[in-house]
Design a protein around this ligand. Structure first.
Ligand SMILES: NC(=O)C1=CN([C@@H]2O[C@H](COP(=O)(O)OP(=O)(O)OC[C@H]3O[C@@H](n4cnc5c(N)ncnc54)[C@H](O)[C@@H]3O)[C@@H](O)[C@H]2O)C=CC1
Ligand SMILES: CC(C)CC(=O)C(=O)O
Ligand SMILES: [Mg+2]
Length: 372
């Protein structure tokens, strides 16, 4: 019997639809080749949802996500909101509300340096070579979700950061389990010299660590961590951190790989999972064909891993590696590149099919010269 999966697809704003288009192409190539079915259910989120429904997370979207086996998410955000601090309804609220509603408490962000791209990073080869870490970022609590307000005279504003023990325990266990499959090291990034919430994180994480005696636990303040990430990224294996610190340090960590357009993520909860590139809607690039779709495509591979389609997930990762090694790159990684967003998707699709001998009728033109 053929496995069938219902996938809610939320392209969103800016480059979201473009990178999702390439990701669906690649997922379809993987599904054809490895013989399973993906049924897509598209829905609105973000600025486009506000335009059409006045709601950044319409009920229909949430219902489709809840009814799906997994959610594929592009990006949200639009300059008309970024440039208007007084807007009460904002695209980002859609993504935050969706993460909360689906209980996606852990955002898993793998970071590595590709050998072929070593010279694309502004960091020295000796510093980044061999970097391989994964960031476990708490995703549905902390300052992004605390009470917020602005005073009547508009001269002061408040954002509350709060954490409950249980929220820390859930993600800490996932991080320690991941470390056991990797190099047995968890680093908690916090600001425990200043923040009460960070002191709670330290206390709770130390307790959870006792369940994993084989895993080494160390602590680092976030300001020092920001420096260590680019001074000596190889020291990190699994990074565990709260919501806002994780958001910030993962964009910083993307410099190691050469572009934020390479970094995928999985946002997981006990009942649902959503797969999203770590980048935003990059509105300046919308429609220009310069967006790197690899972060989204690798998020698609993480989705297949989650669904249990391990061979297909591995085939996508392998095809991405070949694409990078062949120098088929968007302009974020090669200023002289003539390749556009869809060339990357085509190359990866072709590689998936070529490597397994085209057992199925091609839907994408096959150009052998692009295959190595
Ligand atoms: N998960 C999401 O949907 C997120 C949404 N946002 C929203 O996105 C909008 C733009 O935010 P920014 O701070 O400019 O962040 P951004 O991640 O959209 O772009 C920052 C820079 O990263 C590079 N970049 C991002 N994605 C790329 C890709 N696929 N290929 C090549 N280069 C890429 C570009 O140089 C770009 O100028 C805002 O409205 C923001 O709120 C920001 C972060 C996450
Ligand atoms: C709500 C988003 C804009 C937060 C973000 O930047 C992210 O999740 O990476
Ligand atoms: Mg971010």
């Amino acid at each position: 019997m053929i496995n069938k999966y219902n996938i809610a697809v939320l392209p969103g704003d800016g480059i979201g639809p473009e990178v999702i288009h390439e990701t669906k192409k690649v997922l379809d190539a993987a599904a054809q080749t490895y013989v399973f079915q993906l049924q897509y259910h598209e829905a609105l989120i973000g600025a486009i949802a506000i335009d059409e429904t006045n709601d950044p997370l319409p009920q229909d979207t949430l219902a489709k996500c809840k009814a799906s086996d997994a959610v594929l998410f592009g990006a949200i955000g639009d300059p008309k909101y970024d440039n208007d601090p007084s807007a009460k309804i904002r695209p980002e609220q859609g993504l935050l509300a969706l993460r909360k509603a689906l209980g996606l408490y852990a955002n898993v962000r793998p970071v590595k340096a590709y050998q072929k791209l070593i010279d694309k990073s502004p960091l020295k080869e000796s510093i980044i070579q061999g970097t391989d870490m994964v960031i476990y970022r708490e995703l549905i609590s902390g300052i992004y979700f605390g009470d917020k307000s602005t005073s009547a005279d508009g001269k002061s504003a408040v954002d509350i950061c709060s954490y409950y023990q249980e929220e820390i325990e859930c993600i800490a266990r996932l991080a320690f389990k991941a470390a056991r499959q990797r190099n047995n090291k968890v680093t908690l990034i916090d600001k425990a010299n200043v923040l009460e919430t960070s002191r709670l994180w330290r206390k709770v994480v130390k307790t959870i660590a006792m369940e994993f005696p084989e895993v080494e636990l160390d602590f680092i303040f976030v300001d020092n961590a920001a420096m260590q990430l680019i001074l000596n990224p190889k020291q990190f294996d699994v990074i565990l951190t709260e919501n806002m610190f994780g958001d910030i340090i993962s964009d910083e960590a993307s410099v190691i790989g050469g572009s934020i357009g390479l970094l995928p993520s999985a946002s997981v909860g006990d009942e649902s999972a959503l797969f999203e590139p770590i980048h935003g809607s990059y509105p300046q690039a919308k429609g220009l064909g310069i967006a790197n779709p690899i972060a989204s495509i690798l998020s698609g591979a993480m989705m297949l891993e989650h669904l249990g389609e391990h061979d297909a997930a591995e085939a996508i990762q392998d095809a991405v590696l070949h694409c990078i090694n062949a120098g088929v790159l968007t302009s974020d990684l090669d200023k002289t590149s003539k390749f556009i967003t869809s060339d990357i998707g085509d190359y990866i699709c072709n590689h998936i099919k070529y490597r397994t001998g085209y057992r199925y009728k091609d839907t994408i033109p096959y150009n052998k010269s692009t295959i190595i």
